[in-house]
Design a protein around this ligand. Structure first.
Ligand code: NAP
Length: 346
């Protein structure tokens, strides 16, 4: 196994790209070789972010020309922009880990349905492994093309996967999620201005509208042995820098006890370094996870006065920039290359 790898980061001035640079400072086997920006090419990362790393920013075009210098490229670009970049780095023989949504979905029809446009390289969709590490670890080993999951779906899918796999998820799930503002990227759009967000809380794309439902269906319907699940997903924007908290309402089959559910989660996630299962009586909060690659999960019977009650509330939290993006991308890289999975992430 190789011990030293070099990374290119496309879109390093954005939140996920800058987070990758930060995380890679602690990675013993993977170092940053070059980083890109279009609007700030020619400047240093330390000119653009309040960080000490004076790494030159180059245009993406130059990154492509210097593909031979790197073993892996992390594409931290807006969706739609990753497709051409991925094609060019694949042609250069580089391991591609795309943080956008461009290669996450199973087919072109699904991309059209949720992203409202044609996929320009549908033949590549099958080649990408969906990088939800705890679920797709076997497929990630040796993978050369990885689609890093979305931030909301990572928490929701990890929170519900054990139930789906056991056939206990039922046919209807209500997911209520709260996200920090960094989830929207480093863009100056009206809804994300300080005065709009501060001391406010706004629902958006509620019901069956948000694109991330596609990834919940992709993972949980594939795992569910009891048939497809109908999702109601209501995201909210909160005045926070980082973090996503998802509260999920499920109904388990009759006769399934709380202890059986806890045993199921413990067995599913035994030995998982980044899953933090909360004991009975405790609830997952953002403070359990911010600045870490962990996903915290709590399981609570809805009504404590009904010992045989079938309704449960699962809460899953993560840092959208770490387990929801850049940390998970490094975890994928570690698995793909055979490095210890926690390298650079503890
Ligand atoms: N933020 C999150 O919590 C999160 C979580 C999971 C996944 N994601 C996904 O990860 C990707 C990056 O997200 P982000 O939040 O880091 O976005 P962001 O803050 O908006 O950053 C986007 C980056 O892409 C660069 N860029 C924009 N248009 C480009 C173009 N046409 N060609 C080349 N570079 C271009 C920008 O560079 P310049 O502006 O400097 O030119 C910037 O560095 C997105 O697809 C997003 O959906 C984000």
């Amino acid at each position: 196994m190789k011990q030293h790898y070099r990374a290119g980061i496309a879109g390093a001035t954005g939140y996920t790209g800058a987070e990758l640079v930060r995380l890679l400072q602690a990675h013993p086997h993977l170092q940053v070789q070059w980083i890109t920006s279009e609007s700030s090419a020619g400047k240093l990362l330390s000119d653009v972010h309040s960080v000490p790393w004076a790494i030159p920013l180059i245009p993406l075009e130059e990154g492509v020309a210097r593909a031979g210098e790197v073993d892996v490229v992390f594409l931290c670009l807006p969706h739609g922009e990753s497709i051409t970049a991925a094609q060019r780095f694949i042609a250069a023989g580089v391991l591609v880990i795309d943080l956008s949504a461009d290669f996450r979905l199973a087919d072109a029809a699904s991309y059209r349905r949720w992203y409202g446009k044609e996929h320009s390289a549908p033949e590549l969709l099958d080649d990408f492994v969906y990088g939800l590490c705890e679920v797709n670890r076997a497929q990630l080993r040796g993978a050369r093309r990885i689609a890093n999951p979305g931030c909301y779906p990572t928490g929701v899918n990890l929170g519900l996967y054990p139930l789906a796999k056991a056939g206990w998820l039922g046919d209807r799930v209500i997911v209520d999620s709260k996200s920090s503002v960094s989830g929207a990227g480093r863009t100056a759009k009206l809804p994300y201005l300080f005065v709009e967000v501060n001391e406010n809380m706004s629902p958006y794309s509620i019901g069956y509208r948000h694109r991330h439902i596609a990834e919940m269906e992709l993972v949980l319907n594939a795992a569910a042995i009891s048939g497809p699940v109908r999702f109601t997903f209501s995201p909210h924007l909160l005045p926070l820098n980082r973090g996503i908290l998802s509260t999920m309402y499920v109904t388990v089959p009759e006769g399934v006890s709380e202890q059986q559910i806890r045993d199921l989660y413990s067995a599913t996630y035994a030995g998982e370094p980044f899953i933090h299962l909360l004991p009975a009586g405790q609830l997952a909060t953002l403070r359990h996870v911010t600045h870490s690659n962990r996903c915290a999960i709590s399981i609570t019977p809805a009504n404590p006065d009904e010992p045989d009650g079938r309704e449960y509330i699962i809460v899953a939290t993560l840092d959208n920039l770490v387990k929801g993006a850049s940390g998970q991308a490094i975890q994928c890289f570690n698995i793909a290359t055979g490095l210890p999975e926690t390298e650079g992430l503890l």
